[in-house]
Design a protein around this ligand. Structure first.
Ligand code: TXA
Ligand code: MG
Length: 324
């Protein structure tokens, strides 16, 4: 059962306990309700994907209370500083390079070294974020493929029983998701149109003596998966070739295990010795990064069951193993 409580000191305190325990809380923002988890806790973030029954790992937006908190996680560029000054708090998500000591879990960004970050203006969201004092990862609080929720009731209609608490802050002001803009390059790139318009952003950039040009991200190549940007071409891929469904490995391979198939090689990693798919999802990107960093020539990966989160894990592994 999912509790649904109006925002108050008591319900915020309850939300903090749930988040600290690595569980899920839905909360309102001025755009839509988000399905939140501690962004620094990979297992908690894995539960978001499980609850949404998302068949793939899409990078998630991290929410924080202030621009200062945001720029501790993502590198501040001139464009980012100008847009943050003009539109935060508000319905704008900036894509920034992770800082060197960024504590956001690799699963939150689906293995990317770029981070989506937003400072919402909604009072309830602000209260929660200030009190939690860590970033909260949150996609829209709807089952995968359904429309974004703008009331607590919408959240319950879609996800009842799959999270612990919905903080009810009434109807969201806009119901339209945040604008997403990549600020990592010389020129800003619009990834998703939303509450903040291109014209308004161009004007803010010009007023701050920044290049006011805003490119639009090229259409996605993969038409079979017409999801939001971030999921496809830009997805993290390991350097070494990947072989799937491996139960044993050769001398030049690093075997990443799962369950009773133990890891072998230099690092001998296991995604989850107890065959727990939440744990495996939580470890997936950080282990692929670790293997890459260890300069390994070939990667082999144990079979993962295709149930629950296994579907998203296998989707990611298929992409990692695809010929390049
Ligand atoms: O208004 C909103 O943005 C709401 C509220 C809850 O903040 N959130 C939301 O999240 O709409 P979601 O997961 O439904 O959509 C976020 C999109 C994803 O489709 C993802 O592709 C993109 O943001 N994204 C997040 N991080 C990214 C990154 N590092 N690089 C590229 N795209 C990213
Ligand atoms: Mg969504």
């Amino acid at each position: 059962m999912t509790a649904c409580l109006a925002i108050s000191n008591q319900s915020i305190a309850k939300a903090l306990t749930i988040l600290a325990a690595g569980q899920l809380v839905a909360f309102p923002t001025e755009t839509v309700y988000g399905l939140g988890a501690d962004a620094t806790n990979a297992a908690a973030v894995a539960r978001i994907f499980a609850a949404k029954q998302r068949p793939a790992f899409n990078p998630l937006i991290s929410h924080v209370a202030s621009a200062d908190a945001a720029f501790a996680l993502g590198q501040k560029t001139r464009i980012a500083a100008a847009l943050a000054a003009a539109f935060w708090p508000g319905p704008l998500t900036l894509i920034l390079q992770r800082t060197d000591d960024c504590p956001v879990a690799m699963l939150t960004t689906a293995g990317l070294d770029k981070l989506g970050i937003r400072v919402p203006a909604h009072r309830g969201a602000q209260t929660l974020l200030q009190a939690f004092s860590k970033p909260i990862a949150a996609p829209s609080a709807n089952p995968s493929g359904r429309i974004s929720p703008s009331t607590a009731k919408h959240v319950l209609n879609g996800l009842d029983g799959r999270l612990d608490l919905v903080l009810d802050g009434g109807s969201c002001e806009s119901g339209l998701e945040s604008t997403i803009i990549d600020c990592t390059g010389e020129v800003a790139r619009l990834l998703r149109p939303g509450g903040i318009t291109r014209d308004a952003m161009a004007a803010a950039l010009a007023a701050a003596n920044c290049n006011p040009q805003i490119d639009i991200a090229e259409p996605l190549a993969d038409r079979e998966n017409p999801v939001a940007p971030g999921q496809l071409a830009s997805h993290y891929a390991p350097k070494a070739p990947v072989r799937l469904m491996a139960k044993t490995s050769s001398a030049d391979e690093e075997l990443i295990g799962f369950g009773t198939v133990s890891g072998a090689g230099k690092l001998a990693l296991n995604l989850s010795p107890s065959a727990d798919l939440v744990e495996a999802a939580a470890n997936l990107f950080s282990m692929l990064h670790a293997v890459d960093a260890a300069d390994i020539a070939k990667i082999a990966i144990a079979p993962i069951p295709h149930t629950g989160l296994g579907e998203a894990i296998n989707d990611r592994l298929r992409r990692a193993a695809a010929p390049r």
